[in-house]
Design a protein around this ligand. Structure first.
Ligand SMILES: [Zn+2]
Length: 294
């Protein structure tokens, strides 16, 4: 960076108590600052800059590029696409705001609010992305306030457990969805949980305190894994949307075949898959198995 010099940075011992959450990051702390000064910190080096940009850059990439691969007009339930788009954007927005303003002069109260916002964004991608338990997740998050990394992981694990039950339902029960998307969602959750664990054990900075103050520390590794997790969510959702277009309710389900309210067309699924980079042959088999709606 180095566009301008910035204020004199602080060591760990000199920074406010509520910002001392990683004892292996020894230097590079910003002093308390006003909102404009926090924004100004986007342009000089400090130990939160990597955290800001590892989510800030993907946010703009998702904002601009995702709409091109989301099949807005291919499904009747456009709201599914809207929810998915927002779910992909929310965690990066909350995270960037948290990391930019965490040293705000408002102190611990502002910090706790921003941390809740950060966690809320991740809860949104976990819930909007795969379930309708948004309210339950938000309640859990605000009740526990997420003051520690362990509480943060607990909130995510709770959601991951819920989604795991959905996986079991889809595999062994009468749940539905693309068979291929299941694999992608498992990878998505694995990456998210693994990132949370790395953040808790504080590796690699634990082994060489001070060496990873600005770049390469556990929180930045977690950020990258969260981004990869969102990408897998996106690919999995595209698979499911493609599957929905060819799916027909079983004849013995006692419902008309249009009960899912998804448009079915002969050519659509392969187009969707081409944008998700998925296995075309697998989709071909599903298209053959599915009976076209009349
Ligand atoms: Zn973060």
């Amino acid at each position: 960076m180095g566009l301008h010099k910035g204020p004199r940075l602080l060591d760990l011992a000199k920074t406010p108590q509520h910002l001392q959450f990683n004892k292996y990051v020894l230097t590079g702390y910003r002093p308390v600052a006003t909102a404009p000064e926090c924004l100004g910190s986007l342009f000089y080096m400090h130990n939160e800059l990597g955290n800001i940009y590892t989510h800030g850059v993907p946010f703009f990439l998702f904002l601009v590029l995702l709409p091109f691969s989301i099949p807005w007009m291919e499904v009747d339930s456009v709201w599914l696409c809207v929810v998915h788009y927002l779910a992909c954007l929310c965690p990066t927005v909350g995270s960037v705001v948290y990391h930019v303003f965490m040293n705000h002069v408002g102190g611990e109260h502002v910090y706790d609010t921003l941390l809740s916002l950060d966690m809320f964004g991740v809860c949104l991608v976990n819930t909007l992305g795969r379930s309708s338990m948004l309210i339950g997740s938000a309640v859990l998050m605000f009740c526990e306030e997420g003051n520690t990394n362990i509480l943060r992981l607990q909130a995510f694990l709770w959601q991951a457990g819920f989604r795991f039950s959905l996986f079991l339902f889809r595999v062994f029960g009468s749940g539905a969805g693309s068979p291929d998307s299941l694999r992608l969602f498992v990878i998505m959750d694995s990456l998210a949980v693994l990132g949370g664990l790395v953040n808790i054990v504080q590796i690699p900075e634990r082994f060489v305190p001070g060496l990873f103050d600005n770049w390469g520390n556990s929180h930045q590794i977690m950020h990258v894994m969260v981004i990869c997790s969102i990408v897998y969510l996106h690919w999995g959702t595209l698979e499911d949307l493609a599957w929905m277009k060819t799916y027909q309710c079983p004849a013995d389900a006692g419902r008309p075949s249009s009960s899912l309210h998804f448009r079915t067309s002969a050519q659509s699924s392969s187009e969707l898959l081409s944008s998700s980079g998925s296995d075309r042959s697998a989709m071909g088999k599903r298209k053959m198995a599915a009976t076209p709606l009349s």
